[in-house]
Design a binder for this molecule. Structure first.
Ligand SMILES: CC(C)(COP(=O)(O)OP(=O)(O)OC[C@H]1O[C@@H](n2cnc3c(N)ncnc32)[C@H](O)[C@@H]1OP(=O)(O)O)[C@@H](O)C(=O)NCCC(=O)NCCSC(=O)C[C@](C)(O)C(=O)O
Ligand SMILES: [Mg+2]
Length: 330
């Protein structure tokens, strides 16, 4: 079967509106690396997670915030242009409500390089996004935070945010369209803070998060952004981690957060599409190309009606598969 990243790119450029998905960043496993630890930061180039989250928020003690900011800014310049295993290196700053975001950005802006993604925890309302945009403009100057390749990844971590998620996500997407501010690409479910917010007790079955995780996925998918599942905090329980990863994948999540390098391969393999699914995607994309040449937008394939949204799903699968193979990550 013909397949390569370039074939997907050709396919993308052939169909209007599909171009955006060609710049797909796989995020099966996000790994937090606390920026207060120079030892852990030094490992970043060799970390095999899809997305490395250089952490300034809850993984860093208040007393270590200043050191962490300086370490993160230095890491951005040191890592630029260096070979690395991850598809993305982002920085998670402190939230609007913490009052520490300005201090974070003031120090990070001293670095010449932006991260691949700015990662914003505890986004609670559309008004938070207005504050975030203003603060980035103030600390970085407007020209450094508009029309860049840098993406935005945000965290939903409270009952209020979960209920208001459609407005929050659409506001973030519209902010990008109207101002060129970082494009929202993925949303992450902060289940620990969410449980604290609603007064739930964490259990091994995780039923206390059932509604939240399902609503969360639906809201992400309604706006075609990636949905990243909860942290699994039992570091030694590999079977439990695999079970929850596979459950998340089956529910529609596109990836999962990890806190230790040992969790990464388990999560990555759980979020890889099956061989049958990859074959389906490749055959569909080829059939779509053939039908486009004949001027047909919708057609039947393996007994299903196929149109552009299914092509987008198929292309995401092909790109994930090919990006992972190229990086030698299987
Ligand atoms: C749990 C901890 C303390 C155990 O750290 P440790 O050093 O005791 O572990 P270890 O097993 O002894 O480590 C083995 C080796 O791996 C390294 N290592 C270990 N972990 C990492 C890492 N993450 N990144 C890079 N390297 C790492 C470590 O440095 C060591 O290297 P060595 O063999 O050379 O000595 C450590 O893994 C860690 O700090 N993890 C990140 C914790 C964190 O950032 N938490 C905040 C995010 S989760 C969150 O905020 C909630 C959420 C989403 O918002 C919401 O649900 O609400
Ligand atoms: Mg949190």
């Amino acid at each position: 079967m013909r397949s390569s990243l370039s074939s997907v790119r050709q396919l993308s450029s052939a169909f209007q509106g599909v171009k955006e998905s060609a710049r797909y960043v796989p995020r099966r496993a996000l790994l937090y690396v606390p920026a207060s630890s120079e030892k852990m930061l030094a490992k970043v180039p060799s970390i095999h997670a899809d997305s490395v989250v250089i952490e300034l928020e809850d993984g860093v003690a208040i007393a270590a915030k200043d050191t962490a900011r300086k370490n993160a800014a230095a890491a951005l310049d040191k890592l630029a242009g260096q070979p690395r295993k991850a598809f993305e290196i982002g920085v998670r700053v402190n939230s609007v409500s913490s009052g520490m975001m300005e201090d974070d950005l003031r120090v990070l802006a001293r670095a010449q390089n932006l991260p691949d993604a700015f990662m914003i925890p505890k986004v609670d309302s559309p008004e938070d996004l207005a504050y975030i945009f203003d603060t980035f403009k103030k600390e970085y100057t407007p020209s450094r935070v508009t029309d860049t390749k840098t993406r935005m990844v945000m965290w939903i971590e409270s009952a209020r945010a979960l209920l208001d998620m459609p407005r929050i996500v659409s506001t973030a997407l519209n902010l990008h369209k109207s101002t060129g501010f970082f494009k929202l690409d993925a949303v992450v479910f902060g289940s620990d803070d969410y449980c604290a917010d609603i007064g739930a007790t964490r259990t091994s079955e995780g039923l206390e998060n059932l509604y939240a995780r399902q609503r969360f996925v639906a809201c992400c998918k309604a706006f075609q952004v990636q949905a990243i599942d909860s942290v699994y905090i039992d570091l030694k329980d590999e079977e439990g981690l695999r079970k929850y990863s596979e459950q998340g994948r089956n529910w529609g999540f596109t990836g999962k957060q990890t806190i230790h390098p040992s969790q990464v391969p388990i999560v990555q393999s759980s979020f890889l599409p099956s061989t049958e699914r990859i074959e389906w995607a490749r055959e569909l994309a080829e059939a779509y190309g053939e039908h486009q040449k004949e001027g047909k937008g919708a057609f039947s394939f393996r007994g299903q009606m196929i149109d552009r949204p299914l092509l987008l799903q198929a292309m995401n699968i092909i790109q994930l598969d090919e990006a992972v193979k190229e990086a030698g990550k299987q």
